[in-house]
Design a protein around this ligand. Structure first.
Ligand SMILES: O=C(O)c1ccc(O)c(O)c1
Ligand SMILES: [Mg+2]
Length: 628
């Protein structure tokens, strides 16, 4: 299988694009004509530069408005084609994409278009060129791959074939199974792109909102399975027009593309093993059973303040690391570490970001397989010097330079707590916190797709629809990802403005990755009552919020009064009820959440987010204002 990506998908100058594409691991590139024209090199020089990067030119594109034109326009279109074939020969590529015409004077008619392509086929054959015809979803007369195929079939020329693009088929709601009846050797090229399912003009959606396969809502896997089942053996190429990617870092965009393409082809292979050839073998998506630990980087007085907060939340300091300045706090199955070791990554994280959660330990089916898949998909492995008594726990880099460690039931990894920590106390009674429900990460809006791809390509996790959260000073987009049964949940919060609570946290902490952690209890009223005794300060909510709850839901007035007294928030959906309680912000905008969810409630209390943010900001402003 040959992997490819269109130059239009990656930001930068042509040279920057090629460097990024080659280093991500692609075999080839589609040259988007504009990227070639803007370069100062001759076609031969550009071709040589591409090959010097170890890349093949898989396609030259696009040639627009060719078929169905009358008179002089038709003559000019053929002349244009000849000139472009010459350029292609100098560049060193033999396949070109002709997209269906949008020309206002194009006449339509399947036989007219077929006749144009039959004639073009002769010219192409003489110049050693293969022409692939693609139906644009907004083409004037041809906007469906089935019609494009009929034109190619009737043109009946060996140098004229079909090009299919998942966007054009899936965004129009055309059943991808219809591809299975096209002979694979008549398909000259395959382009892949995903997109969000939003009602929008298709041209606009395609030119601005395409995304890497797996980042959107289209069934690119079904499309690719159908194409591969035809026997198609040419390049598989990404063609992604996306506004955010245009402003991104070339290397990151190319790396994400390669990651998404490999994950996709692996899915196709697992569904239809006989249709995918020469894809390197790597393990399936990892199953995450739970969050095994959460590690803070903190030192000195900040670490003491954090320890006091954990104590007020009912955690017990149960262990001290045998060699490092690392303490282990526990309650239920929740383990929290505070790392004050001077030489560790934790120390540099603390210096750069202040107290922050920089390391998350996940309990997975197989730590070795998880690392195997992560490496295959281009994740960065993480390691730091260990003392001889320390266990080498497999790890990779996560969001914002943070770390993800993987633990499993293997002999070496299952007893790290016993072997590396000296017990200092038995866990106390606690306040009823049982497990980590979810981890909330904050990033810029432009990074959201990249991080959702990171998690969904590596772990068995699904994305929930994006929701808008209003902050008094801007909008925050929030997307949840969850493993089956909610065993592991992450919410990604994309801030567009530094003035939002999320954006200010991001700016003030120089990009620290975790803004809050939600801990589960089976009885939030009992937990809140216990917390009232420990000196824990919850986030106060206004009476208006509770009046609104009373209006929206049928809550027993006595229960509602207790919720108000304890600052408990509420939500309900068809699956059940959901209760939340927040800590006051600490360490520059971090906070903790305590929640109780019915088994059937799969959300995160999104309707409450705006009230939570307003309350947090009110508290911050109150603290910032001098006492009078
Ligand atoms: O948006 C376009 O014009 C365009 C051009 C070439 C393609 O292959 C495509 O899918 C879209
Ligand atoms: Mg295309």
């Amino acid at each position: 299988m040959k992997t490819s990506i269109a130059t239009v998908s990656v930001p930068g100058t042509l040279r920057e694009k090629l460097e990024a594409i080659a280093s991500a691991g692609f075999d080839g590139v589609e040259i988007f004509e504009q990227d070639f024209i803007t370069d100062a090199g001759s076609p031969r020089d550009v071709g040589a530069m591409i090959r010097d990067h170890g890349l093949e030119i898989t396609l030259f594109q696009p040639f627009r408005d060719f078929e169905g034109l009358p008179g002089a326009l038709r003559t000019k279109a053929f002349d244009r084609a000849r000139r472009k074939f010459d350029v292609m020969n100098e560049l060193g590529t033999d396949t070109v994409l002709f997209c269906s015409s949008g020309h206002p004077e194009a006449l339509g008619g399947i036989d007219r278009a077929a006749a144009d392509f039959a004639e073009l086929g002769e010219i192409a054959a003489a110049q050693g060129i293969r022409v692939g015809y693609e139906a644009l979803a907004w083409g004037r007369h041809v906007n469906d791959h089935r019609d494009a195929w009929e034109i190619v079939r009737r043109a009946d020329h060996p140098n004229i074939g079909l090009i299919v693009d998942s966007f054009h088929t899936l965004a129009r709601g055309i059943d991808p199974e219809t591809l299975r009846r096209i002979p694979g050797d008549r398909i000259f090229f395959v382009q892949l792109a995903d997109a969000p399912r939003i009602k929008m003009d298709l041209l606009y959606l395609s030119r601005h909102f395409r995304s890497m396969p797996g980042e959107g809502d289209l069934d690119v896997t079904a499309f690719t399975r159908a194409v591969m089942a035809t026997g198609y053996a040419g390049p598989i190429s990404l063609e992604i027009f996306n506004d955010q990617f245009r402003g991104g870092m070339p290397r990151n965009v190319a790396r994400d593309g390669y990651r998404s393409l490999l994950a996709l082809m692996d899915d196709v292979r697992r569904a239809e093993p006989e249709v995918v050839a020469d894809l390197p073998a790597f393990p399936p998506r990892a199953t995450v059973d739970r969050v095994s630990f959460i590690e803070f980087a903190s030192q000195g007085q900040d670490a003491e303040a954090l320890a006091a907060l954990l104590q007020s939340l009912g955690f017990t300091k149960v262990g001290r690391h045998t060699v490092k300045r690392l303490t282990l706090w526990q309650q239920g199955e929740i383990r929290i570490l505070i790392n004050a070791e001077p030489g560790d990554l934790a120390a540099s994280i603390y210096r750069a970001h202040g107290t922050s959660i920089y390391d998350i330990g996940l309990s997975v089916g197989s730590a070795a397989d998880t690392i195997g898949r992560a490496r295959a998909l281009g994740a960065d492995p993480f390691a730091q010097p260990l003392s001889p008594s320390q266990t080498d726990i497999p790890a990779i880099r996560g969001l914002g330079g943070s770390v993800l460690h993987f633990l499993d039931d293997s002999a070496a990894l299952s007893d790290v707590w016993a072997t590396e920590f000296t017990p200092v106390a038995r866990p106390g009674p606690g306040v009823g916190l049982t497990r980590v429900d979810h981890i909330a990460q904050t990033m810029t809006y432009d990074e959201m797709l990249s991080w959702s791809l990171f998690y969904t390509s590596l772990f068995d996790m699904k994305t929930a629809p994006m929701v808008d959260v209003t902050d008094p000073d801007g909008l925050v987009r929030s997307q949840a990802l969850s493993a089956p049964g909610g065993a592991f949940r992450i919410t990604l919060n994309g801030a567009e403005s530094h003035r939002t609570f999320a954006g200010a946290f991001l700016a003030d902490s120089f990009g620290a990755p975790v803004q809050h952690v939600a801990l589960a209890t089976d009885d939030i009223f009992a937990t809140a009552a216990a917390l009232a005794e420990t000196g824990f300060a919850s986030l106060p909510l206004p009476a208006n919020y509770y009046a609104d709850l009373a209006a929206r839901f049928d809550i027993d007035p006595e229960v509602l009064a207790r919720m108000q007294a304890l600052n408990i928030l509420y939500d309900r959906d068809a699956g059940g009820a959901f209760f939340q309680l927040y800590s006051q912000p600490f360490a520059g905008g971090m906070f903790l959440e305590i929640l109780q969810r019915d088994a059937g409630y799969d959300g995160y209390g999104a309707p409450n987010a705006a009230f939570r943010i307003a309350a947090q900001k009110r508290l911050q402003r109150g603290k910032a204002m001098p006492a009078r």
